[in-house]
Design a protein around this ligand. Structure first.
Ligand SMILES: NC(=O)C1=CN([C@@H]2O[C@H](COP(=O)(O)OP(=O)(O)OC[C@H]3O[C@@H](n4cnc5c(N)ncnc54)[C@H](OP(=O)(O)O)[C@@H]3O)[C@@H](O)[C@H]2O)C=CC1
Ligand SMILES: O=C(O)CCC(=O)C(=O)O
Ligand SMILES: [Mg+2]
Length: 581
């Protein structure tokens, strides 16, 4: 590809899509970015610093993003010669297509005339058919509703069709006269109230477009073990577009996912219990506010999705913390961007909340499989909000908060990435503390043997007991659990089953410490005593690190995302479990 203004970074490789439908992500992937108009440069600068810091902290230099700037909007217009096609240069579209994944700032769209939306153009040209917008409350964020924590939804907005397709003609133009003439004389339309002064827009909604959107939404609900998918439409009025969306949506659920109707339909249920239902858009807008717990995944058309995403964002603290992604799950192309626009009155003031773009970056890291870095971004944002160090939008609604600029907030988030982990359960926190101290002591010693590991673990217990972290007896119990998890994990890794360790869980608590230690020590710890299966099993009441516990009696699985206390089996009440990762 010959590039005029875009410079491919010297270091870095392309992300590609494999034949198996999975992304191949090198350790130094080239990721495109568009700064954007208005507040775009402010939030991009802070976001880049936060994402780079998270990646550096998570992977200590073994992974790094090679950012490549591509141009759109005002910056492109100035750079590419101030012509009509300079707003979104072809080479920018080509580069975003070639490099697959990007992060984008907001772009201005004039109202009531002028060029069409560049944002919509990127989605259409790259065929990014899903606009994915998760809406979730962060503890401590001010909200106008009583229970913002009840809002935990993901919007799947169709991104390439509907009235957003940009097929429209202005009132009085020759084109609109032709269209109205055709409608009246060829199609027998008599319902255009003021034909002489009407503008006309066209709303294409296809079966294929609906199917791929709804398919992605249902798959997401399955992958994330959610309870329902709601098709939101205005199909009572717009029967052959929005009504068809609803009908095609149900067909996909039945034909591709084995859904069966509940009580004669149209609601239906997948074999795993996920309910597929629908709601007319006006009442849906009320119900997401009054009964948010009844919505998990919302699959909807382009315009409805646009309205719903800003309205829902308000319930969890506003548009300053509303991330999003535009994705084609088949080709792998994905451009991540905030839900909000260019907020021109704040442009260049280093004032607005960058979280919307940073959380879009967090979604991007997760999309790349860089879960540990994504978790650190969340940890940093949670930490900054918990410390009440926030930007103006939250500050104006929070008691006793400190107001930070965009860049200062970014620095605060980076600082909080290093906070100690807390599980919320005191004993689980003590266990994580013991694991972390054990790791530190082991790493600081020159010797890397299993004997030294045993010494370091005992020393960690003694030090923390002396420091008052727990009692003598608690410390002894915790050490038994830690020894068990350590041996179990060493065995998993010794069996060459490192890949069985789900990386999304490895970054959490004791599991993270043990993983880092065993990963670094390698074969030196291969002689950690192999215990009997009995001694390696976990029992109800004990503490254990993140992982999967399988009931020895009925094979029911419990998925621990962080360190916690083992409960009795919720299915058969047995008390003994096998652990895996
Ligand atoms: N994907 C995209 O690129 C999008 C582009 N746009 C375009 O953006 C332009 C401006 O649109 P507009 O309707 O003003 O909507 P905006 O989303 O740009 O801004 C509206 C208001 O939302 C609040 N806000 C937005 N971003 C932030 C942030 N990061 N932190 C805190 N508060 C924030 C501000 O509210 P307050 O003043 O109350 O603090 C702001 O005045 C238009 O040209 C539009 O077409 C719009 C949406 C998406
Ligand atoms: O393209 C635009 O200017 C606005 C788009 C928008 O509001 C959105 O995609 O949410
Ligand atoms: Mg919008």
């Amino acid at each position: 590809m010959v590039l005029k203004h875009i410079c491919a970074p010297e270091n870095g490789e392309k992300i590609t899509m494999g034949d198996d439908g999975k992304l191949n992500v090198p350790d130094q992937p080239i990721v495109t970015f568009i700064e954007g108009d208005g507040i775009g440069p402010d939030i991009w600068k802070a976001t880049r610093a936060m994402l780079d810091a998270a990646v550096e902290k998570a992977y200590a230099g073994s992974r790094k993003i090679s950012w490549m700037e591509v141009y759109a909007g005002e910056k492109a217009w100035n750079l590419y010669g101030q012509s009509d096609d300079a707003w979104l240069p072809k080479e920018s579209l080509d580069a975003m297509t070639e490099y697959l994944v990007g992060l984008k700032g907001p772009l201005t769209t004039p109202i009531g005339g002028g060029m069409g939306s560049l944002n919509v153009a990127i989605r259409q040209v790259m065929d990014l058919y899903v606009c994915l917008r998760p809406v979730k409350h962060f503890t401590g964020v001010p909200s106008p509703v009583k229970r913002p924590e009840d809002v935990d939804m993901v919007i799947f907005r169709e991104n390439t069709e509907d009235i957003y397709a940009g097929i429209e003609w202005p009132a009085g133009s020759d084109d609109v006269k032709k269209v109205i003439d055709f409608l009246q004389n060829e199609m027998g339309v008599s319902k255009i109230r003021f034909p002489e002064s009407s503008g006309i827009g066209v709303k294409p909604v296809s079966q294929e477009g609906t199917a791929r959107l709804v398919r992605a939404a249902i798959q997401y609900a399955i992958d994330n073990e959610l309870k329902s998918v709601t098709l939101v439409h205005k199909g009572n009025i717009m029967k052959y577009t929005e009504g068809a969306f609803r009908n095609w949506g149900y067909e996909i659920a039945k034909n591709e996912f084995g859904a069966v109707e509940i009580d004669g339909g149209p609601w239906c249920k997948l074999p795993n219990g996920i309910v597929i239902k629908d709601a007319i858009a006006d009442i849906a807008l009320q119900q997401v506010l009054t009964r948010p717990t009844e919505f998990d995944v919302i699959a909807t058309l382009n315009l409805n999705g646009d309205y719903l995403s800003d309205a829902l964002a308000a319930q969890v603290g506003g548009i300053g913390i509303a991330p999003g992604a535009n994705i084609n799950y088949t080709s792998g192309h994905a451009i991540f961007e905030a839900t909000h626009g260019t907020a021109p009155k704040y442009a260049g003031k280093d004032m607005v909340n960058p979280s919307s773009m940073t959380l879009s970056g967090e979604m991007m890291l997760r999309y790349l499989g860089w879960t540990e870095a994504a978790d650190l971004v969340l940890k940093g944002i949670n930490g900054a909000i918990a410390a009440k160090t926030v930007t103006y939008d939250f500050h104006r609604l929070m008691e006793g908060a400190t107001k930070l600029s965009t860049s200062e907030f970014g620095d605060a988030v980076i600082a909080h990435m290093g906070d100690a982990e807390h599980t919320g359960d005191e004993v689980a926190d003590q266990y994580d503390q013991l694991a972390e101290r054990f790791k530190e002591l082991f790493e600081s010693g020159a010797e890397k043997s299993s004997e030294f590991a045993a010494t370091a673990m005992e020393k960690a217990r003694q030090q923390l007991t002396a420091a008052g972290a727990f009692s003598e007896e608690q410390g002894k119990n915790l050490k038994v659990f830690l020894e068990r998890d350590f041996s179990q994990m060493a065995q998993t890794m010794r069996d060459g089953a490192k890949e069985k360790l789900n990386p999304s869980r490895v970054s959490v608590g004791a599991l993270s410490s043990l993983y880092a230690l065993l990963n670094a020590a390698g074969l030196a710890l291969s002689s950690v005593a192999v215990r009997t299966q009995k001694a390696l099993s976990c029992r109800s009441g004990e503490i254990t690190s993140a992982g999967t516990l399988t009931c020895i009696s009925c094979d029911h699985e419990l998925h621990f995302k962080k360190t916690g206390r083992v409960p009795p089996c919720p299915k058969c009440h047995a008390t003994e479990f096998r652990k895996s990762y």
